[in-house]
Design a binder for this molecule. Structure first.
Ligand SMILES: Nc1ncnc2c1ncn2[C@@H]1O[C@H](COP(=O)(O)OP(=O)(O)OP(=O)(O)O)[C@@H](O)[C@H]1O
Ligand SMILES: Nc1ncnc2c1ncn2[C@@H]1O[C@H](COP(=O)(O)OP(=O)(O)OP(=O)(O)O)[C@@H](O)[C@H]1O
Ligand SMILES: [Mg+2]
Ligand SMILES: [Mg+2]
Lengths: 262, 262
């Protein structure tokens, strides 16, 4: 069946959402059938793609979000929208998911809701990417309990490793109590400023602490990458021949091996 | 008495902590007696200043944090450490504050714990700066219920305004139910890349939506600003004659007027 990949880091603004969209399209260009699931109530992935969703009237999107699937009000298959022109699909999110997270914490098996929704999905995909919110709450736990692989984007900044210890504990707990099959094979240094010594030192420190996971490919900080969402497209739709697109392609290739995607 | 200023934005990594330290020292250079309170369990402010705290053995810091004061185990005056060489003081945080946030949510008047601690503070300061965590939970609510003024750092990125609506609601709720005296007079565009059109458009959009609050002074994205915490100092300790120090000085002057600090 499909490989499910959770993009997770409880720190805000480290590049999770941007990486999910760019890797999704990068993998689609390699021939994979890709579904992205927006698990963040802030719904940045959904908002930046809003106008590009096939049959995605604002009303239809609002009533067919990941929340509907987690609450078992709708099958996941009814919440899938094609992203026109990029060759990938999306299950959208909405701010209401924030209230849902509180209410769903009373459910029996509350961490398994996403896994149940995915296990009953009758639509075929090769890869399902989970865009996590910046927290280690119920939504992120659902992602970890449902995922086969974990990818951690880490911003190359001072104190980047601080949050890693906490994240590692949570991943280990999920492996022990909910999902032994969960694998963690990738840490991706993002928004790297290759000119600054600080950036390089942080990446080296990451490699020392996570020698088996830190990717060879680094994702530098680039204006085009930051601009692409405001045009509703991935880096491939915004600047297909620029260096940033090439870096994402390299990362996608490297992750095919690391995450055993074929 | 002192003016208490909450630096708040539920989005992660927008520059709250960096601005708190740099404005603290900027105001100290103008003659204000400044105390910073680290309200974030991730304790980045505390960690970056760790080695510069007078009589700040690791053990003494751990047992005299903001948590001790919020739990009423110690008076706030016992949790104050001088930041050597920068002319400001700090009440440190610690990861244990994360657990405390959960337990303290059962307390009567749970949003007023910080205000109580500050009201009984017998040490003299002119300004007390509150460094909030990236959430709108109990710790941030305590900051809003205790503060006289709110400063919102906003990163000049696509979807920057998304979180503002939610933040505005919370500020309004606090004003209505807990603290009518709370004022919101400042929104500070941070990490602005003046060369990119996206950055300029986001700042213009901010000015349209918050004409009375957005500061004239913008805080550009600068390598020196990102590096300073790794040396345990403010921008004034790291690069006092560079452009970034000047930008912080301009901001401090502008905020003296906006926040009626004299
Ligand atoms: N490689 C990059 N170069 C330049 N800007 C980037 C890069 N990656 C992401 N950004 C920008 O940084 C900001 C944060 O990125 P993004 O929203 O992907 O992070 P996130 O981890 O998903 O944030 P959140 O925790 O809020 O979900 C966005 O404005 C995005 O455009
Ligand atoms: N003006 C700036 N120029 C360049 N880098 C900056 C600037 N301001 C902050 N940074 C860097 O951006 C990162 C995030 O900044 P900071 O920790 O102050 O944000 P924050 O809002 O406090 O984050 P959190 O939500 O995690 O508390 C840090 O690595 C910091 O050094
Ligand atoms: Mg995101
Ligand atoms: Mg901070």
């Amino acid at each position: 069946r499909e490989v499910r990949i959770a993009f997770i880091n409880q720190k805000g603004g480290v590049g999770k959402t941007t990486l999910v969209l760019n890797c999704a399209v990068g993998w689609a260009k390699l021939g994979f059938r890709v579904l992205m699931i927006d698990l963040d109530p802030q719904a940045h992935l959904t908002l930046s793609l809003g106008d590009s969703l096939a049959e995605g009237s604002l009303e239809r999107i609002e009533h067919n979000t990941i929340e509907s699937a987690l609450r078992r009000e709708k099958p996941l298959s009814e919440c899938i929208f094609e992203v026109v022109g990029e060759g990938v699909s999306l299950v959208p999110s909405h701010i209401d998911l924030s209230g849902a997270e509180g209410e769903l914490s009373q459910e029996l098996g509350r961490e398994m809701l996403l896994r149940d929704a995915l296990d009953t999905l009758d639509v075929e995909f090769d890869l399902i990417l989970l865009d996590c919110p910046p927290s280690l709450g119920l939504l992120s736990l659902n992602a970890l309990a449902a995922a086969d692989e974990v990818v951690v984007p880490v911003q190359a900044e001072y104190l980047a490793l601080q949050g890693m210890a906490q994240l590692m504990k949570i991943i280990t707990l999920v492996q022990e109590r909910l999902h032994p099959g969960l694998q963690w094979n990738a840490v991706v240094p993002t928004m790297v400023d290759p000119r600054t010594r600080l950036s390089r030192e942080v990446v080296e420190e990451l490699r020392r602490h996570f020698p088996d996971q830190v990717t060879r490919t680094l994702i530098p900080s680039r204006v085009k990458v930051a601009e692409a969402p405001s045009f509703g497209v991935s880096i491939f739709g915004h600047d297909p021949h620029g260096p940033a697109a090439g870096e994402i392609e390299d990362l996608c290739q490297e992750l095919v091996e690391r995450l055993s995607l074929t």
